[in-house]
Design a binder for this molecule. Structure first.
Ligand SMILES: Cc1ncc(COP(=O)(O)O)c(C=O)c1O
Length: 379
């Protein structure tokens, strides 16, 4: 039996990453906001049709910038899915907000738009939809609800770069949106992110917040003769060494997305029969969503069978992983925000979900090994 390890994720070079890094260093441009950062931002603005894109040190930091831009204060409430990464909530909690956990839909595992109106209070300031696995949330309903109640929408689009909803790019649908370029994402620079700005009222202040609360960007454009402390802020600027890597990946996004589509579709078709026979649910992509091919997951019939499949794959050198522990059940949320209303769908997904190896360089023969290993799982 071939037991060579197949990791869950492995990063790879997509094009001219090393050339561009050498170019940035040779040109003396290793701090932030230089040629490659500007190229990344222009490419994102053009590709997604967003008014402004600012590359950042991470998606977490882009979310923190969103919380600062919205002037989130102690006592404010922010509606977040219970089934998401910690940062979706933590960025707002850092400003003193109370996270209001919303359960997710059984099909896409996205924020359940039908539950949001019941969670709005006069303290609600924002709704943060996460396009889980790069499949869009029901943005028409979410945006309509936000407009009715005068609250902001911040898309946490960590998974969804180049996914679409009714033909519109994810990241272009909220007042603000955030991207992740962490190594597990389709397009990466190791650690990195971006803040996308659709509502123009945030554009100028976002530059200041990202530059430690200074008007340094205006100074470099010659719009002020010195720069100084003008607002709250922190150090959210990405180094141009990373931006050089990122730009090479963004340039190859068509190839990367096509590779990932092939891998995703193969899992979906070659596991369909086995899933049917064993009560395993495959991902659902509603017709109005053009997904971003970010991950491939299965929902096993029970926690025991999910754990069994992880162990079965591990015996064959293959790494399958699970996530997320529902945020409403986390130690931090329980201690600071009390016992939240149950989110049974999030809990169920957390118990039963397994993610299969999925990365740009996954070879057809390694993917065949993963598929064969899954199909031989009985318990
Ligand atoms: C939904 C979601 N939001 C935010 C993040 C944080 O991204 P980063 O690691 O770039 O801060 C992640 C990380 O995987 C995520 O999955």
């Amino acid at each position: 039996m071939d037991n060579r390890p197949i990791p869950f994720n492995r990063s790879s070079i997509a094009g001219r990453e090393l050339d561009y890094i050498a170019e940035a260093i040779a040109g003396g441009q290793i701090a932030g906001d230089q040629t490659f950062s500007r190229k990344c931002q222009a490419l994102l603005e053009q590709a997604l049709g967003v008014r402004r894109a600012l590359v950042t040190t991470s998606c977490t930091h882009a979310l923190e910038m969103a919380a600062l831009l919205l002037d989130i204060r102690p006592g404010d409430e922010v509606i977040v899915p219970a089934f998401t990464f910690v940062s979706t909530a933590n960025a707002f909690v850092l400003r003193g907000a109370r996270p209001v956990f919303c359960d997710v839909r059984g099909d896409t595992l996205n924020l359940d738009e039908r539950l949001i109106p019941g969670l709005i209070t006069n303290r609600t300031r924002a709704i943060v939809p996460v396009h889980y696995a790069g499949v869009a949330c029901a943005m028409d309903e979410i945006n309509a609800c936000a407009v009715r109640h005068g609250v902001a929408v911040v898309e946490d689009n960590a998974h969804g770069l180049f996914g679409r909803y009714k033909g519109r790019w994810l990241g272009s649908l909220g007042a603000l949106a955030t991207q992740s370029f962490h190594e597990t994402k389709n397009i990466t620079c190791g650690e990195g992110g971006a803040l996308l700005i659709n509502d123009p009222q945030f554009a100028e202040r976002a530059e200041v917040i990202r530059e430690k609360g200074t008007n340094r960007a205006r100074f470099f454009r010659g719009q002020v003769d010195k720069y100084s402390w003008v607002d709250l802020g922190s150090s959210y600027v990405m180094s141009d060494v990373l931006a050089a890597f990122l730009y090479a990946q963004l340039e190859r996004s068509g190839v990367i997305q096509a590779q990932r589509q092939t891998i995703w579709e193969r899992y979906q078709s070659e596991l369909a029969l086995w899933c049917n026979q064993h009560g395993v649910r495959q991902p659902v992509v509603p017709p109005e969503c053009q997904q971003a091919w970010h991950m491939y997951y299965l929902l096993m019939p029970s926690l025991e069978r999910r754990q069994g499949l992880i162990a079965h794959l591990k015996d064959r050198g293959i790494m399958g992983v699970f996530h997320y522990l529902p945020l409403n059940q986390s130690a931090y949320a329980r201690e600071h925000f009390g016992d939240a209303a149950p989110c049974p769908v999030a809990q169920d997904a957390s118990d039963r979900l397994i993610r299969l190896p999925f990365y740009n360089g996954l070879t057809p023969s390694d993917q065949a090994r993963v598929i064969d290993a899954v199909r031989t799982f009985r318990s």
